[in-house]
Design a protein around this ligand. Structure first.
Ligand code: NDP
Length: 244
C-alpha cells in the first residue's frame, strides 16, 4: 500500500527495533512523515537514514512522562501537527508469579501500560485538533492470559481496558482508537527474558511455527490508519496461522 498517508504525521514509540521499526518504515513508504522514538538513539539514526520519506528521531523513554511530552512537542514543532500516535514500546519479561523478581513487573507495567498512557495523554490535545488516531500495540496476551505470563498479560489487559474507555471518550471528537493484538512475532522481544525456562520455551515456540514478521503487523497498522475518517478499525487480532 503506497502513498495512502500523504501529509499524515505519525509518532511511533519503540521504533528502534522489531515491530515499531517496521511500522515506521511502512508508514514512511505510505507517504507519512514519521517521528520515531526509543532509548537507543544510534538505532534511530540508522532508521532515519534508511527511511524513504521525512523522518525525525527523538530519544524517548516512555516511562518518563516528561520524555513523552517532549517527543510529542518535537513532532509538532518539526511537522506542525500530529495525526497519529502508535504506542508500540514494550517489553515482555515472562516468568511464573511464584518467586518472581517484582522489579520486572514494575518495568513491564511502567513501560507497556503507564508508558502508553503517558504518550496518549501528551498526544491527545494534538490528535483532537487533527481528528487523528491512536494505535495501541497490545497482544494476544491482552485477550487471553496464560501461565508464565501473568504480569505481561496484566499490562496488556490494562492497555485494552484503557483503550476502550478512551475510545468512548474521544470517538465523537473524531479521534479513532485501534488496538492491535499480535500473536508470536519474530523480534528481539524474547531475548530480554531473564527466566531461563521461559526463554527456552519462547525459543521453542519460535522454531515450531512460521511466526509473524514485524512487517505483517506494520501492514495491519497502515491498513487501520489508511481508512477514511468515518471508519474506525477498533481491534485487530493477528496470529500466525500455525499458532493455536
Ligand atoms: P522489540 O524488543 O524488538 O522492540 C521493543 C521496542 O520497545 C524497542 O524499540 C525498544 O527500544 C522499545 N522500548 C522498550 N522500553 C522502552 C522505553 N522505556 N522507552 C521507549 N522505548 C522503549 O520487541 P517487539 O517489536 O516484538 O515489541 C513491540 C511491541 O509489540 C511490544 O509492545 C510488545 O509487547 C508487542 N508485541 C510483540 C509480540 C511479539 O511476539 N514479538 C506479540 C504481541 C505484542 P529501546 O530499547 O531502544 O528503548
Amino acid at each position: 500500500m503506497h502513498n495512502t498517508l500523504n501529509d499524515h504525521v505519525a509518532l511511533v514509540t519503540g521504533a528502534s527495533s522489531g515491530i515499531g521499526r517496521a511500522i515506521a518504515l511502512a508508514l514512511s513508504r505510505a507517504g507519512a512523515k514519521v517521528v520515531v522514538g526509543a532509548r537507543r538513539a544510534e538505532r534511530l539514526d540508522a532508521l532515519v537514514a534508511e527511511a524513504p520519506g521525512e523522518m525525525l528521531a527523538v530519544t524517548l523513554d516512555v516511562t518518563d512522562p516528561d520524555s513523552a511530552t517532549a517527543a510529542v512537542a518535537a513532532a509538532v514543532e518539526r511537522f506542525g501537527r500530529l495525526d497519529s500516535l502508535v504506542n508500540n514500546a514494550g517489553l515482555m519479561l515472562a516468568g511464573p508469579v511464584v518467586g518472581a523478581d517484582i522489579t520486572e513487573w514494575v518495568r513491564m507495567i511502567e513501560t507497556n501500560l503507564l508508558g502508553s498512557m503517558y504518550a496518549a495523554h501528551a498526544a491527545l490535545p494534538h490528535l483532537i485538533e487533527s481528528r487523528g488516531a491512536i494505535v495501541q500495540v497490545s497482544s494476544t496476551s491482552g485477550r487471553i492470559a496464560s501461565a508464565g505470563n501473568a504480569a505481561y498479560a496484566a499490562s496488556k489487559f490494562g492497555i485494552n481496558a484503557f483503550s476502550e474507555a478512551l475510545r468512548q471518550e474521544v470517538t465523537a471528537r473524531g479521534v479513532r482508537v485501534t488496538v492491535i493484538e499480535p500473536g508470536f512475532v519474530a523480534t528481539e522481544l524474547t531475548s530480554h527474558i531473564t527466566d531461563p525456562v521461559m526463554r527456552e520455551m519462547a525459543a521453542g515456540i519460535q522454531q515450531s511455527m512460521r511466526t509473524l514478521t514485524a512487517d505483517d503487523i506494520a501492514n495491519v497498522v497502515v491498513f487501520a490508519l489508511g481508512q477514511p475518517d468515518h471508519v474506525a478499525v477498533n481491534q485487530i487480532l493477528v496470529r500466525p496461522a500455525d499458532q493455536v
